[in-house]
Design a binder for this molecule. Structure first.
Ligand SMILES: C[S@@+](CC[C@H](N)C(=O)[O-])C[C@H]1O[C@@H](n2cnc3c(N)ncnc32)[C@H](O)[C@@H]1O
Length: 427
């Protein structure tokens, strides 16, 4: 994994800033990757910093348990982060133990607030390296509160299977503009064709250099994320509204199916990604910056997709920081937002039209509980059960109610966690 064992202090200092950002707030890691100081790094240093932070985040639970056992009192967060990165270098990247310790001590020495803890960093890391801790116990891989929720929702065995996916580096999944392109693109990208038509490739590196990117033949989209739009089963010429559209993966699917698409999102900044993506793919949609709950427009649509803002705990394979930045209070506040948006979405569906609701969260308050409360308060909407395998969903994810609860271990090689439900407005 590490092609730069000789990476120096700048790479490690960047990793320290990235880790602090990842743990401080939701989306902190993505924002930190685009800060000028990280972008200015030598590309190989940047790759090392990224690999180091991702390795630390994917094993943060076990690393923290091992550190806890060797710390008599809590050090400042910046010191704890240096220790976490030191452990990740020694145990998870191919950095020789002596170099992991020495560079961690140098990192502590380089900043005023961590300088007094140089000796502690040295002693704790040396002690840790003498007795390498277990790093793969599933119940240690997620934050305790999240693991306890998964156990309560899905049982001990499934909670362990979910958590066992946390350390795995995922393959890259692609959606095709034209499904007929699958055999040719699969060959060009050394990809497997998954049920539903997603291509899965083990390729690494900059996707913009891969065959078919410049010609707009595919876009990056997790296999689970591609399922909800397929369940709308759009026919060319139908109208479709994507209510939380940015960065646009599902908008592209709706447009590629031949629908007249309106892509709406509250964030004008994020909508620029939708516009760029549509342009590269040679597809069109009406793009609207508005709050979905307050959008001043009277039109009704054949199909409405609500990919609501959520705790995103199902996306930990690509974004392990979500596990550590999420807070239990977020689940309740996001569930309240989702129910407001569901009401707004239902008002946009023409009589007889379809509505798909989805979230990339593993928490029942953001899925099953939303559906039941929505049906109870919305008499003109009914649940339209999803059939086994429909949309390329793993069969294990189909619930008795006809909704989808896709768990990360439901596909060989893993898949993002998603909840999906389909409704119809009575004619
Ligand atoms: C899960 S992301 C959508 C991902 C997107 N559907 C895709 O497939 O690429 C949720 C989006 O909801 C948007 N959002 C949050 N609250 C909103 C609101 N009240 N109205 C409209 N969009 C909102 C956020 O800006 C964010 O882009």
């Amino acid at each position: 994994m590490n092609d730069r064992p000789d990476a120096g202090l700048p790479a490690r200092a960047a990793a320290l800033d990235l880790l602090a950002a990842a743990l401080s707030r939701r989306s902190g890691l993505d924002e930190a990757f685009s800060t000028p100081s990280v972008r200015a790094l030598d590309p190989r240093d940047r790759a090392f910093a990224r690999a180091l932070v991702m390795a630390a985040l994917r094993r943060l639970g076990p690393i923290d348990r091992a550190l806890e056992a060797r710390l008599q009192r809590a050090p400042p967060d910046s010191v704890r982060n240096i220790l976490r990165l030191g452990a990740a270098q020694a145990f998870l990247l191919e950095v020789p133990a002596f170099a992991a310790v020495a560079t961690s001590v140098d990192l502590a020495a380089a900043r005023k607030e961590t300088r007094p803890f140089k000796g502690l960093v040295n002693a704790v890391l040396r002690a840790l390296l003498r007795e390498p801790p277990p790093l793969d116990a599933p119940e240690a891989l997620a934050p305790e509160w999240l693991y306890a929720r998964w156990r309560a929702a899905y049982g001990e065995a499934q909670a362990r299977e979910i958590a066992a996916k946390i350390p795995e580096e995922p393959a890259t999944d692609l959606s095709l503009k034209d499904p007929a392109d699958a055999p040719a693109m699969a060959q060009a990208l050394e990809a497997e064709i998954l049920p539903g038509g997603t291509l899965r490739t083990a390729r690494r590196g900059d996707v913009a250099t891969w065959p078919g990117y410049d010609e707009g033949r595919w876009w990056v989209q997790d296999a689970s994320a591609a399922v909800p739009a397929r369940l709308l089963d759009l026919k060319p010429g139908e109208t479709a509204l994507d209510l939380c559209a940015a960065p646009g993966g599902k908008t592209l699917q709706l447009a590629a199916a031949g629908a007249a698409v309106t892509a709406l999102d509250r964030s004008a900044g994020r909508l620029t990604r939708v516009i760029e993506n549509l342009k590269r793919m040679g597809l069109t949609a009406e793009v609207v910056a508005a709050d979905a709950a307050a959008w001043d427009d009277e039109r009704l649509f054949d199909a409405v997709l609500l990919d609501a803002p959520c705790s995103a705990t199902g996306t930990f394979r690509r974004h392990p920081d979500v596990l550590w930045a999420a807070k239990v209070a977020d689940v309740a506040s996001l569930a309240a937002v989702q129910s407001r948006l569901l009401d707004a979405a239902a008002r946009r569906v023409r009589p007889g039209g379809r509505l798909v609701y989805c979230v990339c969260a593993l928490e029942p308050e953001e899925g099953e509980a939303q559906v039941e409360a929505f049906l109870a308060r919305t008499p003109d909407v009914v649940l339209r059960a999803i059939a086994p395998g429909e949309g390329g969903a793993p069969e294990a994810s189909l619930t008795a109610r006809g909704t989808l609860r896709i768990l990360p271990h439901h596909r060989p090689g893993g898949t993002d966690g998603f909840f999906v439900a389909r409704f119809e407005r009575r004619a």
